[in-house]
Design a protein around this ligand. Sequence first.
Ligand SMILES: CC(C)(COP(=O)(O)OP(=O)(O)OC[C@H]1O[C@@H](n2cnc3c(N)ncnc32)[C@H](O)[C@@H]1OP(=O)(O)O)[C@@H](O)C(=O)NCCC(=O)NCCS
Length: 174
Amino acid sequence: MTPRSDGPEALSPSHARTSLSLLADGSHVNLLGNVHGGVVMRLVDSTAGAVAQRHSGGPAVTAAMDEMAFLEPVHVGDILRTVAQVNWAGRTSMEIGVRVESEPWNEAGREPLHVASAYLVFVAIDDDGHPREIPRLAPQTPDEVRRAREAEIRRAHRLARRAEIEATREQHVH
Ligand SMILES: CC(C)(COP(=O)(O)OP(=O)(O)OC[C@H]1O[C@@H](n2cnc3c(N)ncnc32)[C@H](O)[C@@H]1OP(=O)(O)O)[C@@H](O)C(=O)NCCC(=O)NCCS
């Protein structure tokens, strides 16, 4: 962890890294018999929420979920495992990356399959529900530095897209 001169010390991504697991059963299926995408999304959101609370030291809410990619179907009997960490932290918001892997519940030694990935934006809030400041992030490993760099690109695109849409709305109102 790197101390900072203007506030609480910065935290490394490993400080808040979190993993959750779920054994997919008959209650998780969609009409095709595979595991419902919403089940995976819920697990992703819960994992990212735990990471956000751990990094920010208090309540944090989901502001956006983007680039939720489903790469492989998930079946009943699969163990789903998430791993998530803070990729980037701003003043009050943070991007959290989540990777989801699966493996059969009854077979040892199989390589886990990468089934989904997502990037979520969480905002830390105070007692009144207003955004509150969070500790800075201190990426350390080359992977953490790469994730932070790529998260900044996604953030710039998110904000630019939102600003562009708002501008076209104003043009059409007046
Ligand atoms: C998230 C929330 C607190 C943001 O409040 P707000 O008044 O719009 O906040 P601001 O405009 O001051 O933005 C605060 C931060 O969030 C970021 N942010 C807000 N909405 C965002 C979005 N859709 N995408 C990316 N970043 C976003 C801002 O860039 C800013 O980041 P920074 O402080 O790190 O620079 C508010 O929109 C909210 O309460 N939403 C509902 C959240 C919720 O209930 N989630 C669960 C749904 S089931």
